[in-house]
Write a protein that binds this ligand. Structure first.
Ligand SMILES: [Mg+2]
Length: 192
């Protein structure tokens, strides 16, 4: 049912990207070295950005990301309600091998939950272009861009440090304790 689709992000929503990156950056840090954020940024020193990419180039790194139970809880509820789930993820710039691994990750972890032969996956840096009734994504930029064109769309966002202060009337923040609220909003989005 193409008109009742939940778009689901991978990194930070279903897959513990940040946990793995922080862990591996910690392993590479010298004693007493300054801690920079685990995000590629022009404000970081070049060497730190290179270190992030070094970690992300490790063979098998993307495929080895741990599933986030909080994300799968919401995904399972959405499936139960009747939504069609469509994975929507951005590939890191020029790290082309990550796309392969993201597909393999979905095959391993998402396919059994959906009970389908093949998981629908879109890989795009422009999530706002992709149609769905719900977007489940932790990223403020993606969420704001997607909602700009969907006055009736629903956003679900797993609360993390980088999105804690973000609010939007169409977004329900999922903090791991308010599953009832998230399910109610999902049901409303499905029924409308
Ligand atoms: Mg994300």
């Amino acid at each position: 049912m193409i008109d009742k689709t939940i778009l689901v992000d991978l990194d930070g929503t279903l897959a513990d990207y940040l946990g793995a990156l922080v862990r591996d950056l910690d392993r590479l840090r010298s004693p007493g070295e300054e801690v920079y954020p685990p995000f590629w940024s022009e404000d970081n020193p070049d060497w730190h950005n290179e270190r992030i990419n070094l970690v992300r180039r490790v063979p098998g790194w993307w495929e080895a990301l741990e599933p986030l139970a909080s994300g799968f809880q919401v995904l399972e509820e959405a499936i139960r309600i009747g939504f069609n789930a469509h994975i929507l993820t951005k590939n890191p710039y020029k790290l082309f091998h990550a796309a392969n691994q993201k597909l393999a990750w979905c095959d391993r972890y998402v396919k059994p939950v959906l009970g389908v032969d093949e998981v629908e996956v879109s890989i795009s840096p422009h999530k706002a272009r992709v149609y769905g009734r719900v977007l489940f994504d932790d990223d403020i930029g993606f969420m704001a861009g997607w909602l700009e064109h969907r006055k009736n769309g629903l956003g679900i966002m797993t609360v993390q440090d980088h999105n804690r202060s973000y609010t939007h009337p169409q977004v329900v923040k999922w903090d791991g304790t308010n599953l009832g609220e998230v399910v109610d909003r999902l049901q409303l989005a499905y029924d409308c």
